[in-house]
Design a protein around this ligand. Structure first.
Ligand code: SF4
Ligand code: SF4
Length: 390
């Protein structure tokens, strides 16, 4: 299970395409945090990851996290809690870094690329403040990965952006700028699905040479997904039964993207709703309608097992909250899945050729699909199988 805790929707940054923060917002109290732990005690008995999201979650401050992490780790010990945080790192300091180290919390932070490009999209001063926080986190041994949001502007600079992350040894995940259900402000930055698909093909091509020098999480997950025939991030699984978000005031939603949208409220943590009661809410029923729609609409697609129609939020954002279409990035997903599938099949064919030759030579052969095969790699250092096995 994945629980997203949104301690505040407030954020001091002013990113041009952001639709998920407010200038002023209440901050979750420690009482609400206690209610979350009490609610989840008997909700679902399975290992759970808690991700702190925003807005900017570090605005909640050290005392909030000291209390929250202790509360979750003691009251919910039976769920084997793991933690993560998504933050711009501006409020990072030695004290909070030490606390996060104690719980081994991996950090995801947003940075779009080199300073000039980043600050053009995310506001003057953003880059310096985030890098200063990154240095503190690094000093305390915390693991930080960056998410670069590609807009219809930054896509024109994809080579420069990739070089920046590679040359600075920064691990990277990419994210397409999305339209919003809440307002139209972000729409002019939205990345076209075909451009997103081409971006992923470009990054895969780069990664097949550089998988030992940089971590590109999207490609790791996509290759693993095609190989194992199941999704490894929420976008490519049926998130509706296993992901829930809690807003600053304790209201429950299907995902952080829906926080503060009254039509997606599913109750309050104080009500201690059971899993069955949550599944019976209007919002969950809509998401299950989406799941059924994907089974029919994507039924003939060979990628359905590890794509699952993409993100329901993305789909609902462009259809006025009605289930009418799958994730509009379908075109991009098909482009990258087709490529990985093709390369993976080539790889397996070559492995079986190797196997035949080995059988001819020696009956006491050993099956080794990871056999080094320069023909299968073409002129690349790695294969998609190498990436899937990372
Ligand atoms: S709605 Fe989208 S972002 Fe949210 S959990 Fe589901 S797939 Fe992930
Ligand atoms: S690639 Fe497109 S058609 Fe195929 S499962 Fe994903 S969303 Fe559906």
């Amino acid at each position: 299970m994945h629980i997203m805790i949104v301690p505040t929707m407030g954020c001091p940054a002013n990113c041009s395409y952001c639709w998920n923060s407010e200038t002023i917002s209440e901050v979750m109290t420690t009482d609400t945090m206690d209610d979350i732990a009490d609610w989840l005690k008997d909700f679902k008995d399975e290992p759970t990851t808690f991700t702190f999201h925003g807005g900017e979650p570090l605005l909640a401050g050290y005392d909030f996290y000291e209390h929250a992490l202790n509360e979750l780790s003691t009251k919910l010990k039976h769920l084997y809690p793991a933690y993560a945080i998504q933050t711009n790192l501006w409020q990072m300091d030695d004290k909070i870094a030490e606390l996060f180290k104690k719980y081994e919390i991996p950090i995801g932070s947003s940075l779009d690329g080199p300073k000039e490009l980043n600050d053009r999209q995310r506001g003057i001063g953003y880059y310096d403040k985030t890098l200063a926080g990154y240095e503190i986190a690094k000093k305390h041994g915390l693991r930080v990965s960056f998410i670069s949001t590609f807009t219809n502007y930054s896509i024109k600079h994809k080579e420069e952006i990739f070089e920046f992350f590679k040359d600075n040894g920064l691990n990277l995940k990419i994210h397409p700028a999305l339209p919003s259900i809440k307002d139209d402000n972000s729409d002019e930055f939205t990345l076209d699905p075909k451009d997103y698909g081409e971006l992923m093909l470009y990054l895969l091509d780069q990664y097949l040479d550089l998988a030992d020098t940089i971590e590109l999480k999207n490609m790791d997950h996509l290759c693993k997904g095609v190989f194992m025939k199941r999704g490894y991030v929420c976008t490519y699984v049926d998130c509706m039964d296993s992901t829930f978000a809690i807003g600053p005031d304790g209201k429950i939603y299907p995902c952080y993207r829906f926080v503060d949208m009254p039509e997606y409220e599913m109750g309050h943590v104080k009500d201690k709703l059971s899993f069955e009661e949550i599944m019976n809410t209007k919002a969950e029923k809509l998401l299950h309608e989406y799941k059924q729609f994907v089974d029919e609409d994507c039924g003939d697609c060979k990628h359905i097992d590890y794509c699952r129609g993409g993100c329901p939020y993305n789909a609902l954002a462009v259809s006025d909250n009605e289930v009418k279409n799958v994730d509009p990035h379908c075109e991009a997903y098909k482009m990258i899945f087709d490529k990985i599938d093709e390369l993976m099949n080539q790889r397996l064919e070559f492995s079986f050729e190797d196997l035949d030759k080995t059988v001819e030579k020696d009956f006491n052969f050993t099956l080794n699909v990871g056999l080094d095969n320069t023909k299968a790699k073409g002129n690349k250092k790695f294969t998609v199988m190498d990436i899937a096995m990372k």
